[in-house]
Design a protein around this ligand. Structure first.
Ligand code: F7E
Length: 342
């Protein structure tokens, strides 16, 4: 029985990882949680009574705290899902993105090097590190060309993980995660924003008094997968013989526009009965004369990553991993959940 320290456990990825490990292994989870005045335990409420799940106070940006926890707990695995993960905010809060996504990784690597050198370490990498892509699809060999402060923070962390791995023979990796979504996705990310609003509009539509969903660039393309498939891939990455970093992705790319069409379609606003009219900021998605979606330039980013499209063939070959859910499975699952629970 091993001890696995997970950070970011109240978020989507950390909570799915805890579910996966408790369901599929006999290991014990130490869940590092930052103390907040209002608890945000929604995603882990169902785990709080599990004897193999233990919460501890953990603040990734406090080096003394990180060193103390790692030296006292001596974990066998450290899975770092704690991050400032909203790209759109990273222009207004660049310092906190660098602190949480990069400096915190340095604290973790140093603590592991000093106190727990056999600990296997995973830091969540991102397709945003590829940024202004040179070619598609993007595999592990694509250069790092970040286009946001968020992308810079993750790319910088990647270099540190590699240097600590090579210099101190640590099992430390930062596999790239392309976009991954689900029913626990934060509501500011575009997929969940869409499915939450589809459910709201479905309920309010009959009253003929609803506000359209407002979005930014609907032509950007992303490679979306189900986050529950990714936590399994991360676990496989952590259990190889040698520390090697892999891309996890669906190997398909879809525009935000397609996600919108499919999400409304699953809620009963058939694609054939809807149409896009207008151009640029005046573009609208209309159903029987009613505006479902309109553009709000406030949601445009100072620099956009237009296209992300992963190539996870190495992970599929070496780890035997592949996603179980398709793009349409994912959209349907999220829409059904938000229609049922609001
Ligand atoms: O944006 C466009 C937006 O915020 C996706 C994070 O998990 O994946 C995620 O980063 C796209 C962008 O995710 C709105 O401009 C249009 O092109 O859902 P998102 P993201 O930026 O791709 C990567 C892999 C990570 O590592 C990150 O941590 O959608 N978009 N209109 C919009 N996006 C948002 N959020 N809101 C809109 O209204």
């Amino acid at each position: 029985m091993k001890k696995i320290l997970i950070t970011g456990v109240t978020g989507q990825d950390g909570s799915f990882m805890a579910d996966f490990l408790l369901g599929n292994t006999e290991h014990t989870i130490i869940a590092g949680v930052r103390r907040l005045s209002v608890k945000n335990h929604g995603n882990i409420q169902h785990l709080l009574d599990n004897p193999r799940f233990r919460l501890i106070d953990f603040d990734v940006s406090d080096q003394a705290n990180v060193e103390q926890v790692i030296s006292e707990e001596n974990p066998d695995y450290f899975i770092n899902f704690a991050a400032n993960s909203f790209v759109g905010n990273s222009w207004t809060q660049p310092v906190s993105h660098m602190t949480t996504n990069c400096l915190a990784v340095l604290y973790q690597l140093e603590a592991i090097r000093k106190y727990s050198p056999d600990c296997r370490y995973y830091n969540a990498g991102s397709s945003e590190e590829f940024g202004d892509v040179l070619h598609s699809p993007q595999s592990e060999l694509h250069p790092l060309r970040p286009r946001s402060p968020y992308g810079v923070s993750k790319a910088s962390a990647r270099h540190m993980v590699k240097v600590w791995r090579d210099s101190y023979q640590l099992f430390a990796i930062q596999g790239w995660l392309f976009n991954h979504e689900g029913t626990r996705r934060g509501e500011e990310f575009v997929t969940r924003k869409i499915t939450k609003n589809v459910a709201r509009i479905k309920n309010e539509y009959v009253l003929n008094n609803f506000k359209p969903l407002e979005l930014g660039n609907v032509d950007a393309k992303r490679d979306w997968s189900d986050a529950e498939d990714f936590v399994e891939g991360v676990w496989l990455m952590l259990n190889q013989e040698e520390p090697k970093e892999y891309v996890l992705s669906s190997n398909e790319t879809h525009s935000i526009r397609e996600f919108i069409e499919e999400a409304f379609n699953f809620a009963g606003f058939a694609v054939e009965k809807c149409e896009w009219v207008g151009k640029g900021v005046d573009e609208k998605y209309i159903h029987e004369g009613k505006v479902l979606v309109q553009i709000n330039p406030d949601f445009y980013r100072p620099a956009e990553v237009d296209l992300l499209w992963g190539d996870s063939s190495e992970a599929r070959r070496d780890l035997g991993w592949k996603p179980k859910s398709s793009f349409l499975d994912l959209v349907k699952k999220m829409v059904d959940h938000d229609l049922a629970y609001g």
